[in-house]
Write a protein that binds this ligand. Structure first.
Ligand code: HXC
Length: 516
């Protein structure tokens, strides 16, 4: 046999033993759990025939603690390809190989992808299905995680980083996803926790299931860790691709423009009646969003967490935008700790990746209460203030109804840095609502009145007429224009066009000190 023949034989035998790892038995084990294999996931993710694998033969080749860790690929598939025609890097952990656990070689492969993605200015996606740090590799696996975390931080705000949890993510393994921009979870088959049910039982003597402790439902509704949940892996990957379509590949590019048949001069008369006449009546702000954006399509982030604020991606005349909207349907649209953090983080993402921010405002104020004060609404509300004030992308606000007190300031008011601030005629802008204002300013008169209820009503109406209306803010320049709601889409598109070349110079500093 000639030299080349020998080399080829060696290659084939390596390749065959590599493929053995993807045996029918292993595939069936994964399928039995309602999961796809790492290869199947990659096939769904990338445009057909574009995926290129890197480091397929990388191996730890060691035996530790009586357990072999020798497996080609070391339990993770890494590479690159095109997603909807654009370059992206991926690492997909393979639970069928040592439980997808992370050893030194496994970590080195992920780190290579992170470094390449950053160099090429392309998104990186982690498909996570792993028992965490590989126990038998000890500190080397912990060091591997540290290297990944450092690169997550280095790449933050430079390239989009997205984590998709498709099985276990246990222990410190949850922290790489937590450092990335968005976390997807698949219902019922994925879970994330720092310490699992066994440890909870040992330390606290509490019984809790995997699902209750760290399943997709828990993280999308209670903890706010998961931004998106889909019912199965196919839909999770479709959701991920849809999300990516709103983003540029890196912070030096603009988001891709998507042609639309929805016209820029569409006048939407239904918007005139959407806010109820009774100021205490709720409505769904998502109905407003639907009527404004291209083809009524938007993608909501963390829709089941802090639902008193809606944050979503959408398009206006083909351009990606991020929308932050108070939701009067939930907690009357008040700002609380969770909604402040949710919106602040969303703003930081949009600002990093050149996505203009549109604020639709209807907020009676911060949520009052001992719980909120003691849990630090001052600290957390400041995050939202900071995020708005610090962002330099085009920022436009439309006040739909209430805009009271500190919440007026926070929600991208003119003096906080709003580029265009519009208000609907139904807007109420003041230091506080009519009832509170009357109770403070007319305390004595109300106490002495024979019919305090009637007097209060009259004074509240007078307050609305004289103080809490948008025309006063308009006269003073805090509102640029009181607009006909039917023209909201037209006004926003024109404002965005005017802001196309917005450029802001910020003072030199290492970084600001965001109230974390
Ligand atoms: C080595 C592991 C492993 C690990 C699983 N395996 N986790 N091998 N290190 N961390 C192996 C198993 O030995 C088994 O090998 C195979 O993967 C499949 O695991 P099973 O337990 O049979 O699967 P399942 O019943 O589905 O349970 C999945 C699991 C469980 C819940 C994830 O494996 C588990 O509890 N693993 C340990 C989780 C954990 O505590 N990790 C460390 C966290 S600390 P065989 O050969 O039998 O097929 C951490 C620190 C990070 O991650 C630090 C960063 C700051």
């Amino acid at each position: 046999m000639d030299v080349n023949g020998k080399l080829f034989k060696r290659y084939t035998s390596r390749y065959e033993s590599y493929l053995k790892q993807y045996s029918r038995e292993n595939t069936e084990k994964q399928h039995a759990k309602g999961k796809l294999t790492a290869i199947e996931r990659i096939e769904l993710l990338f445009d057909q025939g574009t995926f290129e694998e890197i480091d397929a033969f990388m191996t730890a080749a060691e035996t530790n603690f009586g357990k072999s860790t020798k497996a080609f690929g070391d339990g993770v598939i890494t590479g690159f390809g095109n997603i909807s025609g654009r370059l992206a890097f991926v690492y997909a952990q393979d639970f069928t190989v040592m439980g997808g656990s992370l050893g030194a070689a496994h970590a080195a492969k992920i780190i290579k992808m992170q470094d390449m993605a950053l160099k090429m200015g392309a998104p990186i996606i982690g498909l996570i299905d792993s028992g965490g740090a590989r126990i038998q590799e000890g500190v080397a696996s912990l060091a591997g995680y540290s290297g990944i975390f450092r690169r997550n931080v280095e790449a933050s705000g430079v390239i989009p980083q997205i984590s998709v949890i498709m099985g276990p993510a246990a222990g410190g393994a949850v922290y790489s996803p937590a450092l990335t921009d968005f976390i997807f979870m698949t219902a019922k088959t994925s879970y994330m926790f720092v310490t699992g049910p066994d440890v909870v039982k040992q330390v606290l003597n509490e019984d809790v299931s995997f699902e209750d402790l760290g399943g997709a439902s828990t993280h999308s509704k209670k903890s706010g860790v998961a931004d998106f949940v889909f019912e199965d892996e196919e839909n999770t990957i479709l959701g991920l691709k849809r999300l990516l379509s709103y983003f540029p590949s890196n912070n030096l590019e603009n988001p891709p423009f998507v042609l639309t048949d929805d016209t820029a001069d569409r006048i939407e008369e239904r918007l005139r009646d959407i806010v109820p006449d009774d100021a205490n009546k709720a409505y769904d702000v998502r109905d407003v969003i639907k009527l404004i954006v291209d083809n009524g399509r938007f993608m909501e982030v963390a829709e089941n967490f802090a639902a008193n604020i809606v944050v979503c991606f959408a398009r206006l005349a083909g351009q990606s935008i991020g929308i932050i909207a108070n939701q009067p349907k939930v907690l009357a649209g008040t700002l609380d700790i969770n909604s402040s953090i949710k919106a602040a983080r969303f703003i930081r993402f949009c600002d990093s990746f050149n996505i203009p921010i549109i604020t639709l405002e209807d907020v009676p104020g911060f949520l009052p209460g001992i719980d909120q004060e003691h849990a630090g609404i001052i600290r957390h509300g400041a995050k939202l203030l900071y995020a708005y004030a610090d962002s330099t992308v085009p920022k436009i606000t439309v006040i739909l109804r209430k805009s009271y007190g500190g919440a007026y300031c926070v929600m991208n008011s003119k003096n906080l840095g709003g580029d265009f601030n519009f208000a609907w005629p139904s807007a109420e802008i003041a230091v506080m609502g009519p009832d509170g204002a009357v109770a403070i300013l007319y305390r004595k008169e109300l106490a002495e009145s024979k019919d305090p209820a009637k007097l209060k009503k009259e004074l509240a109406a007078k307050y609305r007429e004289e103080i809490a209306n948008p025309y006063i803010a308009d006269e003073k320049g805090y509102i640029d224009e009181v607009i006909d709601p039917a023209y909201t889409r037209v006004k926003l598109i024109r404002a965005l066009k005017a802001l196309e070349n917005k450029h802001v110079l910020t003072p030199q500093r290492k970084h600001g000190n965001i109230p974390l």
